[in-house]
Design a binder for this molecule. Structure first.
Ligand code: NDP
Length: 289
């Protein structure tokens, strides 16, 4: 029987836990989001993120910059926030305008305030099995969701479709850390169905609407649909739900699956960074004494 993984319900549960933790902190956590005003899709995501913070008592501020902002000015804003003691977490909403080097901007954020876990130090620590300050929100949310549904990852034949730095590569790494056997597919993979048909678990992150179809998967497969696209004006994922769901033992819907988990993990990362700042400040104070 198909089990539909309810990311929205789990996100609500996580917000309750975060909210009670925030109440007990000596400092109110604060997230600052930077967005350029040409990023219309990003504006919607930013509003969702702000609402999620509000639910848990976390302060969130948005800095909206002109689309013509220079890279220097954008990085200047980040450097100021890095120094600001009140700010615990910084997020730069992607995509940035084409004249800006995204990697340079993301790496200007202090790794200790890296809400998205995209800084190369945090990503590098994750990839080398060390403990990063934060892990990228979407992959972290997927693992949290799989844990909630008690999926035993060890030994599973996992196929990740998509190899972006923000989803495909980190989720493959996290699955590997849990002892799954991971195959990565991408746009140059030949006969992708030969991989997907043998998969116990498929994470689909291509951005191609309804790419994964029922005849590409085996019975009992677990399917995580990361994609967010529009088809005929309707929101849809990378998975053709109608044909894949009947064969799946567990599947995430779009909307209501991975999306809410991504936002919940951003709030979780903000809380975790705040707790580390409080701890660091206490250590500094003790050393000073
Ligand atoms: P990218 O465009 O950065 O990466 C897409 C990946 O999919 C690439 O590696 C590409 O391969 C691969 N790909 C594209 N077409 C095919 C194909 N026909 N067959 C196999 N592989 C293919 O996207 P992101 O990883 O940033 O995002 C993927 C999707 O997930 C998007 O729809 C995005 O909106 C959504 N998303 C959703 C989130 C959520 O919270 N639910 C969070 C982040 C993203 P190649 O490398 O060869 O080009």
């Amino acid at each position: 029987m198909t089990n539909i993984a309810d990311g929205k319900a789990l996100a609500s549960k996580i917000y309750e836990q975060i909210s009670s933790e925030v109440d007990g902190l000596s400092k109110i956590p604060m997230l600052v989001v930077i967005i350029t005003n040409d990023n219309e899709a990003g504006q919607i995501y930013v509003r969702n993120k702000q609402r999620a913070c509000e639910k848990t008592g976390i302060l969130s501020e948005t800095i909206e910059l002109d689309a013509n902002v220079s890279e220097k000015e954008l990085i200047g804003n980040i450097l100021k926030l890095n120094k600001d003691e009140l700010v615990d977490a910084i997020l730069v909403q992607l995509p940035l305008p084409p004249h800006i080097d995204t990697e340079r901007v993301l790496n200007a954020i202090s790794p200790k305030k890296d809400a998205d876990g995209f800084h190369y130090i945090n990503a590098g620590k994750m990839f080398t099995g060390q403990i990063p300050n934060t892990v990228a929100c979407t992959p972290k949310g997927i693992i949290r969701l799989l844990d909630e549904y008690k999926v035993k990852l060890e030994g599973l034949n996992a196929v990740v479709i998509g190899r972006s730095n923000i989803v495909g590569k980190p989720i493959a790494q996290l699955l590997l850390q849990r002892n799954a056997t991971v195959t990565m597919c991408h746009s140059k993979t030949k006969n992708i169905e030969t991989f997907t048909k043998n998969a116990d678990l498929i994470v689909c992150a291509t951005g191609q609407p309804e790419f994964l179809k029922g005849d590409m998967v085996k019975d009992g497969v677990i399917v995580i649909d990361v994609g967010i696209s529009r088809k005929d004006g309707k929101l849809c994922g990378d998975v053709e739900f109608e044909t894949v769901a009947p064969k799946a033992s567990l599947i995430t819907p779009v909307p209501g699956g991975v999306g809410p988990m991504t936002v919940a993990m951003l709030v979780q990362n903000t809380l975790d960074l705040t707790k580390k700042h409080i701890e660091d400040n206490q250590k500094k104070y003790i050393t000073f004494l």
